[in-house]
Write a protein that binds this ligand. Structure first.
Ligand code: NAG
Ligand code: NAG
Ligand code: NAG
Ligand code: NAG
Length: 485
């Protein structure tokens, strides 16, 4: 395998670009379009010195049918779009716009000197549960469909792909569906040229999990998976083992409870071996079932302790990753709490012992009941601003009584939407999506805003229509980050 082993040498040539990684933000490619590559994977190519990101291309108003998009980057933060790597073909048995083409992953097959794309291939009702293969002579594609097969005769739903950096062998990870006979996760070894599976290495039995990925450290293998709650996020769990064939540990929850893994689902992970440090990135999807194409990405460094045998995710609004050295550091921002906020209309400050100042800004509604943070320092250039909020809908909203947490089957709303206006300029309304948290759980969503240079900026937050209501979520504080270099 000519992937990550030699990453450090190749990356010496790559200049640091000073672009930040901002989990949950609207990520834009170099042309300004939203990065549209969901439930995918990132592969490093030594020849081009680039990371290649493949993912499901989502079309507005459509669940399936978009094919697989591909982007390239030298720093994992600046992404150039290369269109579709795998284009749906009208009338094709396996890759028509009506087929499921999900969770694509690409690996370089040294033996075949080709790039191999694998994915969950299915019909629209998930009746086939196959794995698709398409190949290309270069990472960007276009990829040519080869076949869709039942792996070792079994079913395959959510698909993951892992390559062991020590021996270059690749493995498929797949849940074998929702039927009573299924509900396992399989870890199976590919043949040398990554054209078919050879044998089952391990079966995670009856946990009924999905969206699997494996990250490898010097000593261990760590498998991350989510529970099965559709596009609603849940507690991602991890297992650890010394060897891929086990024994594997009991699973544990990787992120703080009640954050639903910071509203994300597992799916991929990346080892970045730099000259000074090895960083392990969790690459999750923040699905937005109200508009799948607007779904976002939660990428966070994993905190791994080999001695304690733990892997944890901690939140960072904004961080700076240097893929050359492997180092990363959180970017420091300036915090403005409720003391800096003025309430308008029926918005008010309510006692909340979990809030930063002991009060939270609530009653935010429409255009008149708003809150305004004052005295905000800006740079005059775009900068990320994180809004820390509480959304207590618990996915029951509108005609659902509150207090029905994670109510399945209900007309639950994934998010409230607030309006954000800088310096009273109502002609520029930014939309801030505030996903469900839980009662007393404060999460954050970033927006990129342009403030004026100096300390006299105001930021006003109101409520925008989210399909049900004009309520904004409750606010705890905002944090303003420096502009990217
Ligand atoms: C998908 O495949 C299954 C199994 O062959 C079949 O029962 C089902 O009707 C198919 N769905 C569609 C929409 O054709
Ligand atoms: C797939 O594996 C499960 C056990 O994980 C087994 O019960 C089932 O029969 C297998 N299905 C097929 C089609 O081989
Ligand atoms: C891959 O290897 C298998 C044997 O392991 C062989 O049968 C097959 O023809 C090879 N395919 C390619 C595309 O090299
Ligand atoms: C807020 O203002 C906008 C634009 O003037 C208007 O379209 C919208 O209906 C208003 N919303 C409410 C809740 O009053």
């Amino acid at each position: 395998m000519r992937g990550l082993q030699t990453l450090s040498t190749v990356l010496l040539a790559v200049a640091a670009q000073g672009k930040y990684i901002v989990p949950g933000g609207r990520w834009r490619d170099t042309e300004g379009n939203l990065v549209n590559a969901h439930a995918g994977g990132v592969t490093f190519d030594e020849k081009s010195g680039k990371f290649w990101w493949f993912g499901e291309h989502k079309i507005e108003g459509q669940e399936e049918g978009g094919g697989v998009s591909v982007y390239s980057s030298e720093d994992l933060a600046t992404w150039e779009a290369h269109g579709l790597a795998l284009e749906p073909i009208e009338g094709h048995e396996y890759i028509s716009p009506e087929n499921v083409i999900q969770r694509p992953k690409v690996v370089y097959s040294e033996e075949a000197d080709q790039w191999h794309m694998w994915w969950h291939a299915d019909n629209s009702t998930y009746g086939w549960l196959l794995q698709g293969l398409a190949t290309s002579d270069n990472p960007a594609g276009p990829y040519t469909f080869v076949d869709a097969t039942a792996p070792l005769g079994n079913w395959s739903q959510d698909f993951g792909l892992f390559t062991d950096y020590k021996d270059g062998r690749s493995y498929a990870l797949y849940s074998n569906g929702d039927s009573v006979e299924g509900r396992d996760i399989y870890l199976s070894r590919f043949n040398d040229n990554v054209t078919a599976l050879e044998d089952v290495v391990h079966r995670f039995p009856k946990f009924d999990l999905e969206a699997p990925t494996i990250i490898q450290t010097e000593k261990s293998y760590w498998a991350l998976m989510s529970h099965k709650t559709g596009y609603r996020p849940n507690n991602v769990v991890a297992f650890r083992a010394d060897s891929l064939d086990g024994p594997w540990s009991q699973p544990w929850i990787v992120a703080p409870l009640n954050t639903r893994t910071f509203n994300s689902q597992s799916g991929f992970s990346l080892r970045i071996k730099g000259t000074k440090k090895t960083t392990y990135l969790y690459m999750g999807d923040q699905w937005d079932s109200n508009s799948l194409w607007e779904s976002r990405y939660i990428w966070l460094p994993m905190e791994i302790d080999e001695r304690k045998k733990t892997l944890e995710l901690a939140w960072h609004d904004v961080y700076d990753l240097n893929v050359k050295t492997g180092e990363w550091k959180p970017v420091k921002g300036k915090t403005y709490t409720t003391g800096k906020a003025k309430t308008n209309g029926e918005a008010y400050k309510q006692e909340a012992n979990f809030a930063t100042d002991g009060v939270i800004l609530t009653g935010i509604y429409g255009n008149d009941s708003t809150v305004t943070f004052e005295g905000i320092e800006g740079t005059g250039k775009p900068q990320w601003v994180s809004f820390y909020y509480q959304n207590i809908d618990d996915m029951g909203f509108g005609d659902q009584p509150q207090g029905s947490p994670d109510r399945i089957g209900g007309p639950w709303q994934l998010r409230r939407i607030s309006s954000v206006v800088v310096n009273g300029k109502t002609e520029n309304v930014e939309t801030l999506y505030q996903r469900d948290s839980h009662k007393g759980i404060i999460l954050s969503t970033p927006l990129q805003l342009t403030l004026e240079k100096g300390r006299r900026n105001t930021i006003t937050v109101g409520g925008l229509y989210n399909g049900v209501d004009y309520k904004g979520a409750d606010l705890d504080r905002i944090v303003v980050y420096p502009s990217e270099k």
